[in-house]
Design a protein around this ligand. Structure first.
Ligand SMILES: [Zn+2]
Length: 349
């Protein structure tokens, strides 16, 4: 679809989605045709903020500063009823784990390769990939680099950047060899505020004349390095409540989501544990695969507490997500990666 007229897009994002029978590529002619920017969204069918915001932006009939290519990926998953509820088509691989070989093994692999071919063919100055988080919470960017360009891209949308050395086959990993790329997590997928974050960021990304002219001060973006995932063991069943439950080993505070992103002091009460030890319930390893569980949490008289000052984020209050993905991500209070205390410089002898 090239330079669609606003009325050709349907009155609502849902109307546009229903009309599609495959992933959609929209190209927009900009004031400077020598440069191109790429927006990717709906890699996950249940994360609609980027698509909703793009529809709104296109309906306003604005003109971008450069050529723009918009790639709307998991259309089939997003269309499954109820709309925007399926991350993937049932049984399919997660598309955002498919951006590395082998590509030839299934439809998501083919689609990932096709998206990479399109991005490679237009040689963009930057790629932004817009997502939503599974729980509520503030926006942040994710990238494999925290250099000036990646901080600048992040700053178009948010003030927080997660810098990760993990390689999972996500689209943002093309930063390594192709083009500066960031993932933007706009906040909760059903949250109007997240759609607004997406819209404002897309508007900056499309209309800023010189993308790299306005590099944010080092202090303007909060960078978090290599967050540790707190995962649950197979044996761990859990509930969220205001008091300890007797039917599960782990009860988490019902308001645990409030700890998203601020500094969580040492000794903060997260919940209650019954008849189990930390290692029976949790797994937490850093990028060196070192266990940092006892550096993260402790048990005090059946209460689960933080061991040291931390920054926690992507805290989920969905038991299913906690079990299948993780309970939260954590870094030290100054944004550094968690390491076992005995290897920290201040403890060295
Ligand atoms: Zn996503």
């Amino acid at each position: 679809m090239a330079d669609p007229a606003p009325e050709a897009l349907g009155a609502t994002p849902e109307a546009l989605l229903e009309r599609l029978d495959q992933p959609l590529c929209i190209t927009l002619a900009g004031a400077d045709p020598r440069r191109t920017r790429v927006l990717v969204t709906l890699l996950h069918g249940n994360e609609p903020s980027g698509f909703i915001a793009l529809h709104r932006w296109l309906r306003e009939g604005k003109r971008p500063a450069t050529h723009v290519v918009c790639l709307i990926a998991s259309v089939a998953a997003a269309q499954l009823a109820p709309r925007f509820s399926h991350r993937t088509v049932p049984g399919a691989r997660d598309l955002n784990r498919c951006f590395r070989p082998p590509f030839d093994i299934d439809p998501p692999g083919h689609l990932a390769r096709r998206l990479l071919e399109v991005i490679g063919s237009v040689a963009p100055e930057a790629v932004v990939d817009v997502h939503n988080t599974s729980g509520a919470g503030p926006s942040f960017a994710v990238s494999i680099s925290a250099d000036e360009r990646h901080r600048t891209l992040a700053s178009l949308f948010t003030r927080r950047l997660v810098h990760t050395d993990l390689r999972l086959g996500a689209l943002m990993e093309i930063s390594e060899h192709l083009v500066p790329t960031v993932t933007i997590e706009c906040g909760g997928r059903l949250d109007d505020a997240a759609h607004t974050v997406a819209w404002a960021g897309i508007d900056h990304f499309f209309t800023r004349d010189e993308l790299w002219a306005d590099i944010p001060d080092p202090g303007a973006i909060e960078v978090m390095h290599n967050p540790v995932r707190l995962e649950l063991t197979e044996a761990c069943t859990l509930a969220y409540d205001r008091a300890p439950r007797t039917d599960v080993p782990l009860t988490l505070r019902a308001d645990i989501e409030h700890l998203n992103f601020g500094i969580t002091p040492a000794g903060t009460h997260l919940g209650w544990v019954r008849g189990a030890g930390l290692r029976d319930l949790f797994v937490a390893r850093n990028t060196a695969h070192t266990c940092v569980l006892e550096d993260l949490l402790c048990l005090v008289g059946g209460e689960l507490r933080t061991r040291r000052p931390l920054k926690l984020f992507m805290i989920t209050t969905h038991p299913g997500i906690a079990r299948s993905d993780c309970l939260f991500y954590a870094v030290q209070d100054d944004g550094r990666e968690l390491v076992p205390r005995r290897t920290e410089p201040e403890d060295a002898v």
